[in-house]
Design a protein around this ligand. Structure first.
Ligand code: SIN
Length: 284
């Protein structure tokens, strides 16, 4: 029996008394069910080296390789699955991605045809203030849409931009463009069905350079602005204040996340894995 309690925000739950290195099959099944049900799971006071983080992540399924960092570095030597999120500079080069600025609302790697189903983020070093990560529930975001807006979105697909990451940096090897119709990316239905729970959800990815396929640009922008307007609502979001040893895993289909800026003079080091997923299907 898991000791689980809601985060107190609009999404997510905390599991207490669990060391993910020593979870038996029944314990993992319960954790997995909680992850699908709550979208975001917090486990504090974990002690994970890189191999243990990867080992636990693999219990959810095969892992995607880490995306190429904006600096051109791909991974931690020996661990190509690990994505480093950090502002720390060593020997004149950043060791990770996203710097110390805000990372805007997004779904990880939704610019790919088959985005990861889950991401697991583990805190190694955290700043004394700032750098909080916010999560929002995309089932609730859909439920809260006015009926007319939901009807406008139904049946449409959106191109998820592959030019910029959530920190606003241009991805390696991409020629930047700010014309959403021309930018590279993958097309996904705006309203999807969660493959496990079968619940419908809004699937937005990122706002910048998004494009509702087939619409005149102004109509696409207006529809996307209207859909994004409700994302910051406190009723559907949870603000996570990090402690060293926190492991947060999120359902990368039914939630989005963003990160607050923090003082660039302080250090923040996080290691992330991403579990392979499939293209999210359209809701009926
Ligand atoms: C991410 O977008 O995966 C990183 C979020 C964070 O830095 O808290």
């Amino acid at each position: 029996m898991l000791d689980m309690r809601r985060t107190g925000g609009g999404v997510g739950a905390e599991l207490r008394g669990v060391d993910v290195r020593h979870l038996d099959a029944a314990g993992f099944a319960a954790l997995h069910a909680a992850w699908v049900a709550h979208g975001v799971l917090l486990l504090r006071a974990q002690t994970l080296d890189d191999a243990a983080l990867i080992g636990f992540s693999r219990r959810f399924g095969a892992l995607d390789l880490a995306p190429v960092q904006e600096t051109g570095r791909r991974f931690v030597p020996g661990y190509p699955e690990l994505y480093v999120v950090s502002n720390v500079v060593e020997n004149g080069a950043p060791i990770g991605s996203l710097g110390a600025g805000e990372a805007v609302w997004h779904t990880d790697m939704s610019y790919l045809p088959a985005p990861p189903m889950a991401s697991l983020l583990y805190a190694l070093e955290v700043p004394p203030s700032g750098g909080d990560t916010w999560f929002c529930d995309m089932h609730a975001a859909l439920d809260r849409l006015p009926a007319a807006l939901r009807a406008r979105a139904a049946g449409h697909s959106v191109k998820h931009d592959g030019t910029y990451n959530s920190g606003g940096y241009v991805r390696q090897g991409v020629t930047p463009t700010d014309d959403p119709r021309q930018s590279p990316g993958a097309v996904h239905p705006l309203i999807c069905r969660h493959p496990d729970s079968l619940r419908p959800m809004l699937y937005l990815g990122r706002r910048r350079n998004a494009y509702v396929v087939g619409l005149p640009l102004e109509e696409s922008e207006a529809l996307l602005d209207a859909l994004w307007a409700g994302i910051d609502a406190p009723e559907i979001s949870y603000r996570h204040r990090w402690q060293v040893g926190d492991l947060v895993l999120w359902d990368n289909r039914s939630t989005m996340h963003r990160r607050d800026a923090f003082d660039a003079a302080s250090r923040r080091v996080m290691h992330r894995t991403q579990v392979k997923g499939a293209a999210p299907p359209a809701a009926a």
